[in-house]
Structures are given as structure tokens and as C-alpha cells.
Write a protein that binds this ligand. Sequence first.
Ligand code: SRM
Ligand code: SF4
Length: 575
Amino acid sequence: MPDASAPAGKLSEVEGIKRASRQLRGGIARSLQDGGDRFVEDDAQLLKTHGIYQQYDRDTATPRKKQGLDREYQMMARLRVPGGRLDPDQYLALDTMAADLGNTSLRVTTRQTFQFHGVVKGDLHALIHRVNRQMLTTVAACGDVVRNVMATPAPIADSIHATLNRVAREVSVYFEPRSTAYHEIWVDGEPVDSGDGWAKQDEPIYGEVYLPRKFKIALAHADDNSVDVFCNDVGIVALFDGDDLQGFNVLAGGGLGMTHNKPKTYPRLASPLLFVEPEGLIGAVEAIVKVQRDRGDRSDRKHARLKYTIDDMGLPAFKAAVDAMAGRSYAPPRPMPRFRIVDHRGWHTQGDGRWYLGVPIPSGRIIDVPGGAQYRTALRTVVDRYRTPVVLTPQQDVILADIRDEDRAALEADLRAHGLVMNDDLAPLERWALACPALPTCGLALTEAERVRQPIVASVLERLQAHGLGEEAISLRITGCPNGCARPYAGDIGLVGRMPGHYALYVGGDFEGTRLSNRLLDKVAEADIPAVLDPLFAVYAAERQAVEGFGDWCNRLGTERLRRIIGEALPAVAI
Ligand code: SRM
Ligand code: SF4
């Protein structure tokens, strides 16, 4: 593979692990046979490409350390579900697996798939084996490959939605690694350590060492950007004339991860790169993936995403490299309509005589809350009773599809009987809030996120309501660190874990996900978040232009003016 043109520099450790891994086998199979509660570090790295992260319970780590005990190791396993589509039997089987082998919860991710948490090493093989028996997979859900491909979630029976979902599946399958390591280890019976006898597969797209870093792809059309298409390494925007697919605009170089105080790392939205006719789409994406394979930075993983490759080369040079890789000259991107976001929660017609219901799931955590809503039991009951296919949404919610008109009332009553609230019961801020898992499972979390979502949303909503803004559609996204897993730099308000109990405050993005926000304040104590936002809400309520979103208003005023507004109202706040 032509790695020679990659930027010079000492290869990162992960590159060495991948190269020595016998196409992602490493010592995983042997380690599964040997038992123990964890994998060695090299195998933990390789496991990511198998969809598995080695984690430990951060809540118990410090008390256990004081008692001289080791961490409680546990695995997170992530599925790859293109477009988030599951049939009823798959959903029910996954729910049973979470109860049998995980921490009982299924967690809807911001990229339309499920994560199992709390799987002990001894149960991992059984879990992944059972996942595959459902014709599902975890391969390439994580790691330095193309990951789960997202698509607009609405199960609407028209050619636009059918096309987006078909293409998402095709792209997802096309970019699966060809190595048979995953199947040998997890699918073909007992784990097999193929030792020296392993069969090397041709990896025509990825080559010997796969990609320099994770690679994300999403599909959207401008009328529904629920997937946040600009946040992806490759964003694919389908352009239709009525029902006729004209082709795709391909955007490249989106990504949000950054590190506090390291200005060389930054969030970036994807840039429109080219237009391609329908039949040429996969070839165009393959060319982009291969240019990133060859030109991406393999020495510094913090500088290895496609966004840095593009910024280092310059967009025109990158486009020329893509053209050369594909052996054709792609047309420039076509003008795109204004992007919109659709609320898929609540009841909607599918266009084929059936209905779909979007069910709000706070932080995507499907669990029976002790003394609270029984999300798991409720969803299990209705999926079983009404045989509804399930769609996982980029907003961490669940869509139940194919519902007959005569079943609507009873189905909703079943959900409510288990304590679930429906979309209409929620204020827009509650509907549009996202939070990443953070503590206690995420090893990178600096602060809480999922566990403080409810109190933060409630306190901010109270301030909005005080200014008559309770019905404003404002997106609030909370993460426990700057990696950006709940896309905090792409909504109206982002709260980004900074240090324990403190968040950086981002504003000025837009609800439609087409503009990045800016850091307004660096370290806001969790308890001060509503007080800091309050003066902004007051001036926004008084001075905004007609139908001006909060993020748009913040962007119009600019960071300096917003800081002055806060400073005048709260002189004690460090700006
Ligand atoms: Fe993420 C790492 C969770 C979407 C950027 N992300 C992680 C890990 C695996 C932590 C780790 O590396 O040890 C987190 C596991 C936590 C846990 O306990 O489950 C994690 N990311 C998630 C999920 C589950 C958040 C959620 O609330 O749903 C999302 C799973 C998506 C999926 O199904 O594949 C998730 N992560 C995202 C997104 C949003 C998106 O893609 O639309 C981003 C920002 C976009 C991007 O990729 O730039 C994102 N995650 C990161 C990064 C920063 C990457 C970078 O370029 O710097 C990391 C850290 C890393 O890769 O080193 C990370
Ligand atoms: Fe973990 Fe940070 Fe991602 Fe949250 S944003 S899941 S804390 S890596």
C-alpha cells in the first residue's frame, strides 16, 4: 500500500500495534481462553475494531484503591446498525442480552446505534456471539476504520427515505474490513487462536495498517439534518428533484474532538467537496478514504483525523488528490437548500397508512429507573405486543415504526402506564438536550454529563420560562470532556466538561447544525450555569429579531458583547 507519501514522523504506538496484529487478531482469542478480568493494552486497542472498549467503573476505583483493591474492569460493546434500523426480534434479543450479560441497560448513541455497558470479560464472547446470531454485528463500530453509517431516521415510506437508508447500508457493508479475524474469534464457535496459521485477506481499501484514525460517515437531505451531517469525516447530502435522486454532494473534513488549551486541535465542520451522480458515490467516498489512508498523520493521533489532513493540504489540493485517486475529475458541489431539523418524536404518519411514534429517552439510556420510568419494560412490552420495528435516532431517542391506526391509543397508553412521558409533555429544551455517558464508564470524562443532564436541563428551563422563552426550540448538549461525543459545538448551547464540577460554555452555533459555536466562558461551576445564561436569555427575549434562534442571536451579537452582558449582570463571574 502506498504509505510512503504519509507525513514523516515517528509512527504512533497504535500504528505499531495494528501492524503487528495479524490483521486485528493480536492476542484476543488467547486472552479470552486464558480468562482473567481484562485484556493487555495492545489487545484492548485492537478490540476497538471489534466494537469493544475496555473500561472500568470509575465510581468504585478510588474507594477500591484505598482498600488496596484493583479497578473493576468491564467492557462496553457497540453495535454497527446503519441508519439505526432494527426489527422487533432483534430489539427484543438485544434487550435480553443486556439483562443477561450487561448492566441491564441498552444505551442509544448519538450515532444511531446501541451500546452495552458493564459486560465482564468472561461474558464477552457469549455476548458478541449472540449479537451475531441476530444478524447484527459489532465489527468496525469503533477503531481506525469507517464506523456506523448514519442516515435520517424517519421511517417514511417515500423514495427519499428509502434511498438514504439503502445507501447507508451499502456504504456500511462496502467499508467493512475484509480481515476474517472478527468471525474467527466471535462468530465461528469457540474463540480460535489461529497462531501462525492465520489466513491473510486482501484489504484493498484499508491496507496493512487500516486508517490513521476513526472515520465517520452520515447521509442526510437538506430537509432533515438530524444526523448533523457536517460533523462527519464524510457527509453525504442527497439532492432530489421531486422524487428523483439527482446525485450527492459530498462534504469532507468534519470532526469535533479537541483538547482544552491545545489550539492545534479544534472542531471543524465538513466542507462541501464535490458532486457525484448516484452510481459514482461509493467510488468517490472510497477515493476520499484512500487519500486519508495515505496522507493522514500516523505519528500524532491528536492530528490524525481527516479534518487536519484537509487543512494541512488545503481543500483544492485535497480535491485534486481525490480526483487523482479516483481517476476522474469530480464536479464541484451543487447549491444546497437551507438545512432543517425535524422533530421525530411524537406521532407522525409514514405515508403508507401506518404511523410512527418517536419516544423520548433521556440520554438514550433504556433502563428501568428504580422508583421511576420503566423504559426497558415499556419498550419491551410494546415492541413485543405490536411488533414494531425500532429506529435509533441521532438524538438518542427511539422510534417505533409501522403502527396501525387502531393500535395508536393502546400503544401510547402502554408506554404511559410504565411512567414514560411523551413529546408533548416535554418543553423543547428537554426534548433537544443531549448528554454523553461520561462518568462512571468513560475513561476520558473530566466531569459528569448523563447523570447531571436532568438537573441542568431543569434549571436552565426554569430560567428560560422566567423570560417567557419556555417554548423556544433550543438545543443543549452536555459532554464530560472536549471530545464532543454529544456534538456540543454544533447546537445552540454546549456545555463541555472542563474540570470536576466545571464546564466550558459554548454558544453561537445554530439549531440546524450548520455553524460551529464559540467558547464564551471557560470554567463555569455546574451550579452557576443557569445564572450565567439568565442575562443572555433576558436580552435575547427583549431584543431578538423575529424567528431568530438563540444560537443565531448569540452569533449576531458576538462573543465580546455576550460577555459584556454577563459581566454587567454578574460582576463576580470571571470572563
Ligand atoms: Fe465519542 C471517544 C462515546 C459519538 C468524538 N466516545 C469515546 C469513548 C469511546 C471514550 C474512549 O475513547 O475511551 C466514549 C465511550 C463512553 C462510554 O462509556 O460509553 C465515547 N461517542 C460516544 C457516544 C456513545 C456518546 C453518546 O452520548 O452517544 C457516541 C457513540 C457513537 C457511535 O455510535 O459510534 C459518540 N464521539 C461521538 C461523536 C458524535 C458524532 O460522531 O456524531 C464525536 C464527535 C465527532 C467526531 O468524531 O469528531 C465523538 N469520541 C470522540 C472522540 C474525539 C475524536 C477526535 O477526533 O478527537 C473520542 C476520543 C478519541 O477518539 O480519542 C471519543
Ligand atoms: Fe467520554 Fe468525553 Fe465522549 Fe463524553 S465526550 S463520552 S466524557 S469521551
